[in-house]
Design a protein around this ligand. Structure first.
Ligand code: ASP
Ligand code: MG
Length: 409
């Protein structure tokens, strides 16, 4: 008998009809002779709505109470879904994160899973139940509820699949799988059949709205095969697997697998800094201390004992960064600071880059032919990113998608 973990995102359980549809899908898998563990997110926009409610009360909520609040969304889903399954004549039990044995550290709102003890889940499965687990939540040593960061239900599903040695981990959402780029921007974006963990990590980090990053890391570390697919169709989705599974052949055929973009970027530049040791160290340690993640960094070659340092952060960190950078400019003797919030990052991602030379130059060429100016560049083994004017994003994404032959065949 196979063990299946099925995870349903918020849009799959947004109302009672969808809930019933999901219940039917789950029952079909149970009837197929499988043991089924279901992980479910809060319905629709519930988590965002809870955050808004909190903001109406205080700008600085106590983190413990925040998690107490946020965890309620998933509890609505598990109880209603268990009822829906029962109403269709099948055995189901809902469990909170704690009841499912998910132990985390103390970092409220972004806790890390430390241990899972699935004893209770196994025993309920053995009695013929479908077990419905609340995603996104666990419990710390003190016995308090914690949450696993936004999108954390993916992590619950993958971590349970790893711990319970499930045969498959299926991630259901309202899209058919992982696409070569955002289908809302490129009409003939294609669903990808197979993609590697590494590519998924780069895609998640470069703006694609895919799975939670940490869940992909866990899947990679434990070799859990993920099938990302649609709740509302029976078509196969995208399998997320190791590079070895994908095999050389595909890697050699494709230069890049996907084009991604991120409009949530702001670029800061410190102009005419003294060219002496310690400048970059001072700037980036001060920013790191504020808990701000810096994405791209470039430093210009020195000229006349001065140089410029530019970097990007996400838009939500703009105000805090601006304050800090203004202080630093005075302290370090920069001539001025500039800030550009109308930038975007476009990236091409693919394991094929390991065997194909010239991906970066081809990308630059495509952008140049379309008169799109490149403001910053960064590369990894399987990704090339360029910061451009935000207004050029759609054009850049469409042209790169076409230029790298990712369009529907
Ligand atoms: N409900 C949580 C969120 O919206 C967790 C999840 O959906 O995975 O972030
Ligand atoms: Mg959600």
């Amino acid at each position: 008998m196979a063990l299946i973990v099925m995870k349903f995102g918020g849009s799959s359980v947004a109302d009672s009809d969808k809930m019933k549809h999901v219940a039917n899908k789950i029952i079909a898998r149970k009837k197929g002779g499988n043991k089924v563990v279901v992980v479910v997110s809060a319905p629709g926009d519930t988590t965002d709505d809870l955050i808004t409610k909190c903001e109406e009360i205080t700008a600085e909520p106590n983190p413990r109470e925040m998690d107490m609040l946020l965890a309620t969304g998933e509890q609505m889903s598990i109880s209603l879904l268990a009822m829906a399954i029962q109403a269709m004549g099948h055995k189901a039990v809902s469990l909170t994160g704690f009841q499912a044995g998910i132990a985390t550290n103390d970092e409220y709102t972004r806790a890390r899973v430390q241990k899972i003890n699935p004893k209770k889940i196994f025993s309920l499965l053995d009695k013929g139940n479908i077990v419905v687990v609340a995603g996104f939540q666990g419990m710390n040593k003190a016995g308090d509820i914690t949450t696993l960061g936004r999108g954390g239900s993916d992590l619950t599903a993958v971590a349970l699949a790893a711990q319970m040695k499930a045969n498959v981990c299926e991630i259901y959402s309202d899209v058919e799988g992982i696409f070569t780029t955002d289908p809302r921007v490129v009409k003939d974006a294609r669903k990808i059949d197979l993609i590697s963990y590494e590519e998924m990590l780069e895609m998640a980090g470069s703006g694609a709205q895919v799975m939670q990053t940490r869940s992909i890391e866990v899947a990679k570390n434990y070799g859990i095969e993920i099938h990302a697919r649609s709740t509302f169709s029976d078509k196969e989705g995208t399998y997320i697997v190791s590079e070895e599974k994908i095999g050389r052949k595909k890697m050699e055929n494709l230069m890049v697998s996907a084009v991604t973009f991120d409009k949530n970027q702001v670029k800061f530049s410190l102009i005419d800094l003294p060219d002496i040791p310690g400048m970059a160290a001072k700037i980036f340690s001060s920013i790191a201390k504020l808990g701000i993640n810096v994405d791209m960094i470039i430093q210009s070659a020195a000229w006349d004992k001065k140089n410029d340092i530019s970097f990007t952060v996400s838009k939500s960190d703009m105000k805090k960064t601006q304050q800090k950078v203004d202080e630093l400019a005075k302290e370090l003797g920069a001539q001025k600071v500039t800030c550009d919030e109308h930038v975007a990052k476009v990236s091409v991602v693919g394991v094929g880059m390991k065997t194909h030379a010239g991906v970066a130059s081809k990308m630059f060429d495509i952008l140049a032919k379309n008169k799109i100016n490149i403001e910053m560049i960064s590369t990894s083994e399987i990704k090339v990113s360029c910061v451009i004017d935000e207004a050029d994003t759609n054009k850049a994404v469409n042209e790169l998608h076409k230029g790298f032959k990712l369009n529907k065949k």
